[in-house]
Design a binder for this molecule. Structure first.
Ligand SMILES: Nc1ncnc2c1ncn2[C@@H]1O[C@H](COP(=O)(O)OP(=O)(O)OP(=O)(O)O)[C@@H](O)[C@H]1O
Length: 228
């Protein structure tokens, strides 16, 4: 579960990105975060995995109080939150298999477990036959599948994605959305910031709209609601 209570975020340069966010997202929900450029969507996401820290207010993620979390315990949080970016952020010299296994090796899983888990997630994202490829040898859609596989290999309760289809053509974007739906169908919370009106309007999920650092709309079976 994700809970925020009166969360504010002012960056060190004085820019206030969030201005009092109060929200509860239950385990297993699928939520779109929408809003104009600069509204605070990425900041909202960064707070959830402690890439940024709030200036005021409380944030609880899976029963962890994120504000009080000591730096050495941040990896605990990151194990329960998988993150996916617009630009994939894969390690270019490592194979698909190694990019995914890396996330497990750092938490000292056994080699047998690592192999099984990596092959299982590669099957889920439909890339079992490309395990030995490097990112440059893959299409954009395939690279995004690898980054999704990497994000879920630790079996996080929450997956957050910041514009995951921003670099992909429409057809590939729909395929990637199917992968997210499959992950959500298995009980994982999915939170996605997007500028894709087509996707949001077609899916009829919960929509949280952020403008000027505030939630201005929170609807179940919501719409994108912007012209741009
Ligand atoms: N690291 C940072 N330091 C200072 N200001 C920042 C930082 N990151 C974001 N901001 C500012 O905070 C505000 C919100 O930015 P944020 O990236 O959260 O918006 P966004 O809704 O994700 O935008 P976009 O849709 O363009 O990605 C903007 O005014 C931005 O300039």
């Amino acid at each position: 579960m994700i809970e925020m209570n009166d969360v504010h975020k002012t960056y060190t340069n004085g820019v206030t990105a969030l201005n009092g966010i109060t929200i509860t997202i239950e385990q297993g929900e699928f939520v779109y975060i929408v809003g104009p450029s600069g509204a605070g969507k990425s900041t909202f996401i960064r707070l959830i995995y402690r890439e940024a820290q709030s200036s005021q207010g409380t944030i609880t993620i899976n029963d962890m109080n994120v504000n009080n979390l000591k730096e050495k315990h941040v990896p605990w949080l990151r194990r329960s939150v998988g993150v996916i970016f617009q630009d994939f952020k894969l390690l270019p010299k490592l194979t698909v298999y190694e990019n995914i296994a890396f996330a497990l090796e750092v938490i000292e899983e056994s080699p047998q477990n690592i192999r099984k888990r990596v092959m299982d997630v590669l099957e889920l994202v439909g890339l079992k036959n490309k395990a030995r490829f490097i990112p440059d040898e893959l299409s954009g859609g395939e690279q995004q599948r690898v980054s999704i596989a990497r994000a879920i290999v630790n079996r996080p309760k929450i997956v957050i994605a910041d514009e995951p289809t921003g670099n992909l053509d429409p057809e590939t974007s729909w395929e990637i959305m199917q992968v997210f739906e499959e992950i959500n169908a298995r009980g994982t919370t999915v939170l996605m910031a997007t500028h894709s009106r087509e996707i949001v309007n077609a899916k009829k999920k919960r929509v949280i709209a952020i403008e000027d650092g505030l939630i201005v709309r929170d609807e179940h079976r919501g719409e994108y609601g912007y012209e741009i």
